[in-house]
Design a protein around this ligand. Sequence first.
Ligand code: TXA
Ligand code: MG
Length: 328
Amino acid sequence: MTQRPAARVYRPTVRNIALLASRLRAGELVAVPTETVYGLAANALDTRACRQIFRAKNRPANDPLIVHVYALKDVEPLCHPNEAALLLAKHFWPGPLTLVLPKTDLIPAIVTSGGSSVAIRMPQHPVFRRLLKQTGLPLAAPSANPFGYISPTSAEHVRENLGSKISHILDGGQSRIGLESTIVDLRDPLAPRLLRPGVISAQEIAAVLGRPVSVVKKAGSPHGKGLIAPGMLQRHYSPRTPVVLHDAIETIGEKDEAFIFMRKPSGRQPPNVFWLDNRGRLSGVARRLFSTLREVDAQRFRQIHIETASGDPLAEAINDRLRRAAAR
Ligand code: TXA
Ligand code: MG
């Protein structure tokens, strides 16, 4: 196996963005900041470039990619949008919402794992938007983590995990939201389905569409034909350390176990106690969830105990990721 040069991390200067846009047009991979999590981007119209994404992530070929666009006019050549899709796009884009729609012939089979639908999103992160604009192409980008591991929310996370597999990482700071986008299947505009919860809730989507959104609870096995969104695989976003979930953590146990609270517990805390947001605000919890899991995972505790979230709809998306982190 040939050793690739270690990845370079680029600050988002005008010059670097122009350089990385040319690298993308030449068929190379670039890790990019988004408001949700970092993505590993390639020209979505180039099969060879997209194949490298699967290789770098060690991602199975039957797990399709999300295609990112700069503007609404860029959507039409890639898929067949319906009125429900346009309504959601106008309301939530640019932002953390991905729409699944029937694809056109322009999208290569590798992007959709041979399927007839494509997942599309217009991201909001200003640095990624500048890159998309300059590249002038739709960019396929899954989260920039090795398949099955925790998604990255900083350039440093990407470098740690994929630094020997890719050459370019664009640094746009810490991801503001911290959880992957909400995915809605809109192939049938009269029966929208939530495939993956995110900060944009099923309730908000239902309110905009004026009709209920069904929630898909479980996907099939990755090898079966029941597969809908492998992001819904049971084990996903997992630390190496076993994770146990609790409605509420009552007592702090052994030193070799970690305890992660939603909010800062009062008083001085031992080094095996962590929290996600000082005041327990769920937006802060979401933002720091993956980086905290990484940090705690690196300390090689025997087990990680985590409280689940409750309250507003964002708790649903947080608990979804916690359940997957805990699934073995
Ligand atoms: O926030 C996000 O969505 C991030 C950033 C980088 O945009 N991307 C992300 O991509 O989370 P990824 O590949 O880690 O998760 C995308 C999920 C996968 O579970 C995949 O199965 C699903 O989207 N997906 C992609 N195309 C699909 C399709 N045509 N139908 C159903 N699910 C699809
Ligand atoms: Mg992912």
